[in-house]
Ligand binder design. Sequence first.
Ligand SMILES: Nc1ncnc2c1ncn2[C@@H]1O[C@H](COP(=O)(O)OP(=O)(O)OP(=O)(O)O)[C@@H](O)[C@H]1O
Length: 344
Amino acid sequence: MFSVRDMGVDLGTANTLVYVKGKGIVLREPSVVAMRTDTGAIEAVGTEAKQMIGRTPGNIVAVRPLKDGVIADFQTTSTMLRHFIRQAMKTKSNWSGKPRVMISVPSGITAVEKRAVEDAALEAGAKDAQTIEEPMAAAIGAGLPVGEPTGSMVVDIGGGTTEVAIISLGGIVTSRSIRVAGDELDEAIIQYIKKSYNLMIGERTAEELKIQIGTAIPGLEEGQMDIRGRDLLTGLPKNFTVNAKEIGEALSDTVSSIIEAVKVTLEKSPPELAADIMDRGIVLTGGGALLRHLDKRLSDETGMPVVVAENPLDCVAVGTGKALDNYDVYRRRSAMMRKAQGRA
Ligand SMILES: Nc1ncnc2c1ncn2[C@@H]1O[C@H](COP(=O)(O)OP(=O)(O)OP(=O)(O)O)[C@@H](O)[C@H]1O
């Protein structure tokens, strides 16, 4: 007899990751679904669907169902979640029964949406499902001592949302979630290129520019990249070269918004916890933490030490996996919250 292995799912706006207890991360796919507009039938999910963004014929659309940091399209989110959970179950030949699933969700989603995410996991074959707030999962995954009476601060910069939280004794003391993260950085690049060069580029090209030559401090990076866009005057494709300084300038205001959210959260922190954070430093997680010199700029502007977590893209998924060890605690907590909401 093999034991059932439980699963943690990072249901992100940009990427979905599945962590299987005892195996680690077994699935890592973009949170994208391609569907036929006429019948609603699913054409592709994940990497294959992401490649279709901006390239679909009229009868197919490639959508990101969680694009704006919330579940924008619930039905499609459920379908995608089901697909990934089933795929992850196939990666292990010796499942003996149904797994319990811990799913991280953006902290801004409603109780009804949380319930619906859990239902989607049940439909996919889970025995039971619970949700955990993304910044809590990120902090656990980054190895912060969340259960201790000491303040830890995590800034999770994903695709759709930046979640800033101060955690102590297993709970979120104060937090802020803004819809400014990787997608907004990409959009800032699109707007900059449009304004400076009269050229239109797609969101995937903008993301590539950000990843390859982006910087949070303009002037600190060398480098350039050749790209292709559409000339807005002639309507024709055109090749051109952009340098790191320009991309740094394009990103600067959006980076400032993220830093402002961190400052506001710090200002609301009880003094004892602020002192703990001063000792340990602010921990950056999520793909956005990989933007060059973001740690330095945040440290310069807040006067606090800042560290980038090891494998920032994996922290939330690893955190959901570790949270499986306390599955019953989360289960009891959400049952209590549901009861309290029912009474209110
Ligand atoms: N090297 C890099 N530099 C800058 N940004 C990066 C880098 N690598 C990935 N990203 C960005 O990180 C974002 C995805 O991060 P992540 O997978 O943590 O998000 P998510 O968890 O899906 O989103 P959310 O937390 O909003 O639900 C994308 O916007 C991507 O462009």
